[in-house]
Design a protein around this ligand. Structure first.
Ligand code: HEC
Ligand code: HEC
Ligand code: HEC
Length: 280
């Protein structure tokens, strides 16, 4: 049941038969946006401007209900500054906003014309919604999803390789164990189990690249439970317990590989796909 939302999403993306040809098109955000995100910038400037815009819109709406003119004036001034920053930061997006609506907003606020004030706020909100509809998802995936490209991990010979190489090596070891179990080759299975263990330990050292001093994320996926299960796997292989070993490896696949993939890999794959299509 836990996976229902993902399945639901897939069924939305692929209605009807698997052969139905439907293209989803995303607009590529202008390259100048990059300046307003890490690592080009020290802060996520674009995103923080957005958070302020939402707060300003909310404040104006709330004070409009109370007809509190000084408070409205204060927040409209801030909204105007931040709204105009959109086109200052990304000139290509100048046509996406309607700066003339801000002086109008000021006039209606001053007059206490709540009806037109509300209508103007809606028109501004429409420009927010239109841009989000076209760009928000892609921008979040490209600029704010974690990136594994520069992470290096030790392979079983002790030299460094890419994150992706580690992943493929893990997958090979898992299948080597399964094949050897199937064919009752105990020593091959034991060697592959040892490799898998070494590869998982090496992967565990890479978590701090992003999680820094927070040790909980590693413990959750590659902690005591994983160590215990890997130890038990070795014992079962040694004892020639094929079914028990297969079952345990299945459990490791779910609690280690799939659990981590559900957090990290889905967004990473989305980002890579979008980037390969957008050539950014
Ligand atoms: C950090 C948590 C994490 C764990 C634990 C993990 N993976 Fe991954 N895996 C990822 C991420 C992130 C990607 C996508 C990497 C990328 O696109 O650069 C990935 C991608 C992969 C890929 C695709 C590689 C490719 O060439 O595109 C395979 C295969 C894979 N993982 C297998 C495994 C197996 C098998 C296990 C368990 C034994 C496992 N992974 C455990 C995070 C993890
Ligand atoms: C020209 C395009 C554009 C316009 C106009 C725009 N935005 Fe955005 N907005 C974006 C993009 C792109 C993102 C995605 C940023 C990200 O995920 O890092 C975003 C994200 C946001 C978010 C973050 C949502 C979240 O929780 O992650 C908020 C809030 C927001 N915008 C509010 C507004 C408001 C309010 C307005 C109008 C007053 C507005 N935006 C106008 C492009 C725009
Ligand atoms: C490239 C960056 C990156 C790497 C490397 C990475 N993570 Fe994460 N991870 C994230 C982000 C971003 C989140 C979501 C925000 C957060 O919780 O910090 C996250 C969330 C998590 C979570 C869920 C939140 C929590 O604290 O329980 C777990 C568990 C986790 N990561 C485990 C791992 C493990 C285990 C590794 C190493 C094998 C790892 N991560 C490596 C970026 C990364």
């Amino acid at each position: 049941m836990k996976f229902t939302p993902v399945l639901f999403l897939i069924s939305l993306l692929m209605p009807g038969s698997a052969y139905a040809e439907r293209t989803i098109k995303f607009d590529t955000p202008p390259a100048s946006l990059k300046k307003w995100y890490k690592p080009s910038n020290k802060r996520q400037v674009w995103l923080h401007t957005m958070f302020r815009l939402r707060r300003e819109m909310q404040a104006i709406n709330e004070y409009a209900n109370e007809n509190n003119k000084p408070a409205m004036e204060k927040w409209i001034k801030r909204l105007e500054e931040d709204y105009n920053k959109i086109a200052e930061m990304v000139p290509e997006w100048k046509k996406e906003i309607k700066p003339r609506l801000l002086p109008e907003l000021k006039i209606f606020a001053k007059k206490g014309d709540t009806l037109r004030l509300a209508r103007t706020l809606e028109m501004i909100q429409q420009t927010c919604d239109d841009c989000h509809q076209r760009y928000q998802l892609v921008v979040t995936a490209i600029y704010r999803s974690p990136n594994y490209k520069d992470i290096k991990i030790k392979n079983i010979n002790g030299s460094l390789h890419d994150f992706k190489d580690n992943m493929n090596a893990l997958s090979i070891s898992v299948n080597q164990i399964l094949i050897a179990l199937d064919d009752e080759k105990k020593s091959t299975a034991l060697q592959a189990q040892q490799n898998l263990y070494t590869q998982l330990q090496a992967l565990g050292n890479s978590c701090k690249n992003c999680h820094k001093k927070d040790t909980y994320p590693k413990e959750r996926i590659l902690g005591k439970t994983m160590l215990k299960n890997m130890e038990l796997l070795k014992t079962r292989i040694k004892k020639g317990r094929v079914k028990g070993s297969q079952k345990l490896l299945g459990k490791i696949g779910v609690t280690v590989c799939a659990r981590c993939h559900n957090i990290h890999r889905i967004v990473s794959d989305l980002r890579n796909t979008l980037q390969s299509h957008n050539n950014q």
